[in-house]
Design a protein around this ligand. Sequence first.
Ligand code: XIL
Length: 331
Amino acid sequence: KTAEAALKDVFADGFKIGAAVSSGTIRTQENLLTRHFNSLTAENEMKFENIHPSEDVYAFGESDTIVDFARRHGMAVRGHTLVWHNQTSDWLFQEADGRPVGKGVLLERLRSHIETVVGRYKDDIYAWDVVNEAVADEGDELLRPSKWLEIAGPDFIAKAFEFAHEADPTARLFYNDYNESHPHKRDKIYALVKSLLDQGVPIHGIGLQAHWNIFDPSLDDIRAAIEKYASLGLELQLTELDVSVFRFDDRRTDLLEPEPGMLERQAEVYEAVFRLLKEYRGTVSSVTFWGAADDYTWLDDFPVRGRKNWPFLFDERHLPKSAYYRVAQLA
Ligand code: XIL
């Protein structure tokens, strides 16, 4: 096939290629999105503090705009996210007088939130990141400290999946996390999900966020993570793929454009990753990029302020980069 192949045709037969979007980028990146992608995720608009800012207020405007756009263009939608320690409103964990709520109240609020949000989009959203980043990065503790854990104990995880399943019995329900290919965290994510399955919790998949860079993780570690998660018999998806041109904490803020060597290495990484995805086509059903083109990425300024990044297959003018051609040739 030619170099102009749409990204979504590289795999065909139902494989979903997605992008995270905002109500702004569906305008500024409209042509690129509709040409190359067949799935969308709201980058922030469905997170708790955005969609449910106070107990009696749901703010569906921006998420509706994204879902309507997807529907108009025949694109699938992944929902992100129902339970997370970040971007979650403080009111959820407090009584009106500011004292912390008890477990019963918190879980009832969670049930009501999930029923409302998942219920609203049940015709459009085929998969949800039900619980995001609950596993601790370092140390022996399985779960990261959070208000959820502090108030409800580990039960909040199983409950979230049960509530989501009640709200939409046909939705595919995912546990989603980052550093998913690092051996220590991989084993903890595996242990958490295995225990959920052993308890009969309705969980259907694991989302590998895939916030990677041109040095890390190694392809062997990515492969080992896919193998290990797949051994649970679950569907896997890459949910937030980007390939930074810097090591995570590289403090270089002087670059106004990427160096050629960075882009060459990035192209190699993307080709290797997509070859791997083809190899695991029966297990991995989708890849979503955490953006679409280098004109906008959350990695600008994160984690190093003032550092621009260029993590995608398309450049700041939405033109294909060498990484794109290396992926498109696999069609
Ligand atoms: C990020 C967004 O991209 C940013 O715009 C926001 O300021 C912070 O959150 N893991 C996740 C995503 O699951 O929700 C995060 O998105 C990136 C890391």
